[in-house]
Each structure stands twice: as C-alpha cells, then as structure tokens.
Design a protein around this ligand. Structure first.
Ligand SMILES: NC(=O)c1ccc[n+]([C@@H]2O[C@H](COP(=O)([O-])OP(=O)(O)OC[C@H]3O[C@@H](n4cnc5c(N)ncnc54)[C@H](OP(=O)(O)O)[C@@H]3O)[C@@H](O)[C@H]2O)c1
Length: 255
C-alpha cells in the first residue's frame, strides 16, 4: 500500500514533462489520477503506463484557460470519484517571440492565460470541493522566474509566474482554517518540451545536465505525501549545473 492509496489527485499538463513525471510518481504511491491537458493522446499514453504498472488513471482532456471547462472537470471528478484530495496545477506555456521588442497582444494573452488564469481557474474550481471536505492540497508548478526577475523567460512569463507564487501564498493565508494547504514549486531549468520554444535552441548536452521531469515529479510526490498538519509553502529545485551561475562565473573570470 502506498502513502497516497485512496487519494484522488488531479494533475494538469499531465501528458508531458513535469506533469507526466508527477503523475507517474503520484500513481506509484497508490493515488488515483485524473489527467488533464488539451491533447488527449499524450494523456492516454501516460494513463496506459500507470495502468500497466497496476495503477488507476482517468483521462479528462480540457483547456485550463477556459474557466467553464475547468469547472466541468472538477465537478466530474467530485461526482465520479467523490472528492479531490490533491490538485497539481502544473499546465503552463511559453512563446518564442517573448522579448519586449517582439511580443504581441496575442502572445501576452497566451502566456498570461496559460500560466496565471489557468491556476486561478483551477483553484476556484477545486477550493469549494476542498472546503466541503475540510481538507485538500494544491501544488502549483510556478518557476524560478516567479521569484527573480530576468529576461530569459520573457516579461509576460515572469509576470505570470510572480502572480502564481503570490496566489499560492494567499491560498495558505485564507484557506488554512479549512485544512487546505498550497505549495508553490519553483523549478529552474528542467529538460522538457517547453524548452523547444526557447529563442536560443537548447542542445541535447545542455538538456542532459538540467533537472529532469522525474526529479521534479519526485519532489511533487514528496510534497503530496506530507502529513496534513504541515505545508511546504514554497520550494525551489534547480540543476546543480545552473547555467545562470555558470554564465556569471564566466563573466567573473573575464573581468
Ligand atoms: N521546463 C522548465 O525549465 C520549467 C521551469 C520552470 C517552470 N516550468 C513550468 O513547469 C510546468 C510544466 O511545463 P514543462 O516544463 O513540463 O513543459 P511541457 O512539457 O510543455 O508541459 C506543459 C504541459 O501543459 C499542458 N498545457 C499547456 N497549456 C495548457 C492549457 N491551456 N490547458 C491544459 N493544458 C495545457 C501541455 O499539454 P497540451 O499542449 O496537450 O495542452 C503540456 O503537457 C509549466 O507550468 C512551466 O511553466 C518549467
């Protein structure tokens, strides 16, 4: 029996990258998974792997930027599976043309809706259910770009992820009396498909030195297994070979 046996866990962005890593790690602890993303095919693949390992996973495709669609999935989970113990708000997106000299109104909408609104819509869908349960856990994949301002991720992404981190803290401030806790996970660079949208291509060698989806998935599994009376409010996970630090060292050696 795993530490999450009997728990109902909803993971968004579950078909690829960190969400895929988290879904597989959470299923390995016995949780029943609900997998959401816009494309059904990658979700079905993850569900099949969970099933092959003896676990249970339900595929519920949907767009997290559509508030009605998000609420419909949360309601389906409560009606069909009875509760939502853990919500992993992981879906996110970035764009290629991200600098102030390139970004368009459409690009701003894509990034703000995809990273910030999506978390808010998920939170307002699950919180009433968790209040009724008088317990629940929300784990949000934010970013180091949500703690420090830099140019690499683009201003819209940095602004959205700062908003996400702030939102996580306010959930703890208001919902702690309902037994609800929230963790903001702030990854540095993780080798996932989102890197394919980088303006400067990332080599296979560089991806190999980064954190991997399994590393962040295992951190999310650890957070999910914490006893209900404690919360890790915010946590960072970065590659040891941190390209930002390495670039700083290179500048230092040429000064
Ligand atoms: N990789 C990194 O270096 C890094 C660092 C810090 C933070 N993060 C954050 O980590 C999270 C996961 O990203 P990742 O790195 O694992 O990249 P990824 O593989 O591209 O995963 C993003 C996932 O989100 C889903 N998604 C995107 N927009 C969606 C929407 N509107 N509705 C539902 N699902 C949506 C995508 O599936 P569909 O396309 O099928 O919808 C995809 O499975 C994101 O929030 C990202 O910002 C990543």
């Amino acid at each position: 029996m795993g530490k999450l046996t009997g728990k109902i866990v909803w993971v968004t962005g579950a078909g690829t990258g960190i969400g895929e890593g988290a879904a597989l790690a959470l299923a390995s602890e016995g949780a029943t998974l609900v997998l959401t993303g816009r494309r059904a095919a990658p979700l079905e693949e993850v569900a099949a792997r969970i099933g092959a390992a003896g676990g249970a996973a339900h595929v519920q495709p949907g767009d997290m930027t559509n508030a009605a669609a998000v609420k419909a999935i949360a309601d389906w989970i409560e009606t069909t599976l009875g509760r939502i113990d853990i919500f992993v708000a992981n879906a996110g997106i970035n764009i290629l043309d991200r600098g102030w000299d390139q970004i368009t109104a459409e690009g701003i909408d894509t990034v703000l809706h995809g990273n910030l609104d999506s978390v808010f819509y998920g939170a307002i869908a699950v919180l009433p259910i968790m209040r009724r349960q008088q317990g629940g856990q929300i784990i949000v994949t934010a970013s180091m770009a949500g703690r420090w301002v830099g140019l690499m991720s683009g201003p819209a992404y940095v602004a959205a992820k700062h908003g996400v981190v702030a939102a996580c803290h306010t959930i703890n401030m208001q919902e702690c009396v309902n037994g609800i806790r929230c963790t903001a996970v702030l990854p540095g660079e993780v080798a996932t498909p989102i890197l394919d949208k980088r303006p400067v291509p990332v080599s296979a060698e560089e991806r190999g030195r980064m954190a991997q989806k399994e590393d962040v998935g295992d951190l999310i599994r650890y957070i999910a297994c914490l006893p209900p009376h404690v919360v890790i409010n915010e946590v960072m996970i970065c590659p040891t070979w941190n390209r930002g630090y390495v670039a700083g060292l290179q500048r230092k050696s040429t000064n």
